[in-house]
Design a protein around this ligand. Structure first.
Ligand SMILES: [Fe+2]
Length: 215
């Protein structure tokens, strides 16, 4: 589903209908807990959040291979998700410049926010003059009702990979998006975005995938 945000830009949102019952769910749920209970992740996964209220594996991609650990090539969730990368690539008009049926992961990581995780610094996943990654796909494994929201920010500074804390941007230049468990949110890597503070007692867990399509 296309959701318009601003300046003719949009995000593409899908909902995995089978979150409570799909082939491979039990193994995937165990794998998710193993990732965030991994000693290396607990020790080094806090660099994104100095107050220790979030764990992120972005700096651990050599050892924490998310698609492999979640067995996405073989389970129903992974097959569904990969099909959405192709579907979404069409909407982002990527078939004009690449083969949207063949992709590799540029980067992938997991992110778990605990109570009082700060709002994240706003960022892009790619500057506009680079080619890859072509998309950013966020799969929301679990989001409590009062979990942190995603914020898209309209800015004029597309040559910087990071921006400021989202609360310093005028409200008129922001769109808030409330993710739900089982949602896959796909966006253009060049859009500035951030998350709001996580105030829920229950952790919020998502996985970020950066598909790059072959030429
Ligand atoms: Fe991001």
């Amino acid at each position: 589903m296309i959701v318009n945000i601003f300046d003719k830009r949009f995000i593409d949102v899908y909902q995995f209908d089978k979150i409570n019952d799909y082939s491979g769910k039990t193994e995937l749920d165990i794998a998710v807990e193993n990732i965030f209970n991994n000693e290396e992740v607990k020790k080094n996964g806090q660099k994104c959040s100095p107050n220790c209220s979030a764990l992120c594996t972005v700096f651990l991609q050599q050892t924490i291979n998310i698609p492999k650990l979640l067995n996405l090539e073989n389970n129903e969730l992974g097959k569904w998700m990969f099909s959405k990368f192709t579907e979404s690539a069409k909407k982002f008009k990527l078939e004009e410049k690449c083969n949207i049926n063949e992709f590799y992961f540029y980067r992938c990581w997991g992110n778990r926010l605990f109570k009082n995780a700060d709002e994240g610094i706003s960022h892009r996943h790619r500057l506009s003059y680079f080619d890859v990654p072509h998309l950013v796909a966020i799969y929301y494994h679990y989001v409590p009702e009062d979990g942190a929201n995603l914020v898209f920010i309209k800015d004029q500074d597309e040559m910087k990979i990071t921006g400021r804390h989202h609360s310093t941007y005028p409200e008129k230049d922001k769109i808030y998006f409330k993710p739900k468990t089982g949602m896959l949110v796909i966006h253009d890597p060049t859009i500035l975005h951030a998350v709001t503070p996580h105030t829920s007692d229950i952790p919020r867990t998502c996985f970020i995938f950066e598909p790059a399509f072959k030429n």
